[in-house]
Design a protein around this ligand. Structure first.
Ligand code: COA
Length: 390
């Protein structure tokens, strides 16, 4: 039995309230909070990047035993900090994982962490005494005043994959699908993503429905075999748009259960925003930390991973006995309730602040005063990124 043994998320401790943003942009706040389903959006200071956020998510999980037995570090990201050097190699150093580990990044929009999880599960199946660290880490940026502005966010999810996992066993059958499309992409020369919002919604929904038909044909499983479905959530209404059509013919009892659990799975995303690769796993944490009284061991959870461009996968897992004892619910509540609510002016300043590197590749700065995270980005020296630890 192989699966997720430990899981944690990190998000920067500064956010913008989306009702305030709506008022400032001259939009009815209900469009953001109900129509799109987002209440708050994490905004990273310059001292938090994809690497520091990933280290902050993983650090609280690691014991001495993990540091000595993690032979594989995989980071899924579409907002890496270097075209060549992997985020995973920085993580290996910052977290002090033993030298004989393999560290690599995987990219396919928001799908990268799922590719990493599947790689890690296969790796541990082959080497049952070893572990893998899988991280999804991203800063989602569409730009100020853009159509996607309200669906930005920042954060990381870290998972340790092992034999005899304490949270969920990943089952062997899954179905993937690829179609090369331009629904959302970011050319190398652009700092912000380009999105065809309506087309990306349609693509997401049709990938889910086609995959569900294929998945149920291959496995003979029906919706009654599931206690919940977790979705990649660019915004919290998105998963529901995909889920509702397949629930149409479902008996009311099961339909209500899946919708209720869907709601639980959206709590964290509603207050953090889109974290790209980590989003599906943030949904999973939100589900198991908020619906834990109705979920029990052996309950089957469905996962829908979608990465624009586009690759998607449906896979499943079964909760294991005692999973509730391994959750970090209290720490997550503390992280979210202690955040700073930014004014529109501070949000704009934070959003537009950039490295200004001199011709020798230097720009060092102090940790932003709003940022109390353990790991932080310090700037560059000789074109090399430097990180600090509190
Ligand atoms: N009260 C309540 N709901 C309202 C409303 C109001 N006053 N005004 C609008 N709405 C609803 C709309 O009916 C719509 O709901 P529906 O989608 O269920 O029909 C929703 O709010 C959004 O309105 P829309 O006009 O479609 O918004 P938009 O043109 O600003 O675009 C997104 C919204 C999500 C498409 C856009 O923000 C985007 O492209 N985000 C990026 C998405 C992404 O990341 N995709 C790629 C990864 S999967």
């Amino acid at each position: 039995m192989v699966g997720i043994d430990k899981i944690n998320f990190y998000t920067p401790n500064t956010y913008i309230d989306l009702e305030e943003l709506a008022k400032h942009r001259g939009v009815d706040p209900a469009k953001f909070t109900i129509g799109i389903g987002q209440s708050k959006m994490s905004v990273p200071p310059i001292s938090q990047d994809t690497v520091s956020m990933a280290a902050n998510a993983a650090y609280p999980l690691l014991t001495e035993n993990d540091l000595n037995n993690i032979d594989l570090i995989v980071v899924g990201t579409e907002t890496g900090v270097d075209e060549s050097k992997s985020v995973a190699s920085f993580i290996h150093d910052l977290l002090d994982i033993h030298p004989f580990a393999k560290s690599v990044d995987l990219k396919q929009a928001c799908f990268g962490a799922t590719a990493g999880l599947m790689m890690a599960v296969d790796f541990v199946r082959l080497h049952p005494d070893k572990k893998a660290l899988v991280i999804g880490s991203d800063i989602s940026r569409y730009g100020l005043n853009s159509s996607g502005e309200v669906t930005q966010g920042a954060g990381s999810v870290a998972m340790i994959v092992s034999s005899n996992p304490k949270i969920i066993e990943i089952e062997e059958t899954s179905v993937s699908m690829t179609k090369s499309i331009f629904d959302f992409w970011r050319p190398n020369y652009s700092k912000t993503a380009i999105v065809d919002g309506k087309f990306s919604n349609e693509a997401y929904i049709s990938f889910f429905s086609e995959l569900w038909v294929e998945y149920s044909k291959r496995t003979n499983l029906s919706l009654e075999d599931f206690s919940a479905f977790c979705f990649h959530l660019p915004y919290t209404k998105m998963g529901k748009k995909a889920l509702l059509p397949i629930l149409e013919k479902e008996a009311p009892k099961n339909k209500d259960l899946l919708l209720e659990n869907y709601q639980y799975s959206t709590n964290y995303s509603r207050d953090i925003g889109n974290i790209y690769t980590g989003s599906l796993y943030l949904s999973f944490m939100s589900l198991i930390e908020h619906a834990s009284s109705s979920l029990t061991a052996t309950d089957r959870i469905g996962f829908f991973s979608y990465g624009s461009g586009a690759v998607a996968e449906i896979f499943t897992g079964k909760l294991v006995d005692g999973f509730k004892d391994s959750l970090l619910s209290a720490e997550h509540e503390k992280l979210l309730t202690n955040r700073i609510d930014l004014s529109i002016e501070d949000y704009t300043t934070m959003f537009t602040k950039e490295l200004s590197i001199d011709s020798d590749g230097n720009h060092l700065f102090n940790q932003d005063k709003t940022d109390n995270s353990i790991f932080f980005f310090k700037g560059t020296e000789n074109h090399q990124r430097l990180y600090g630890k509190n």
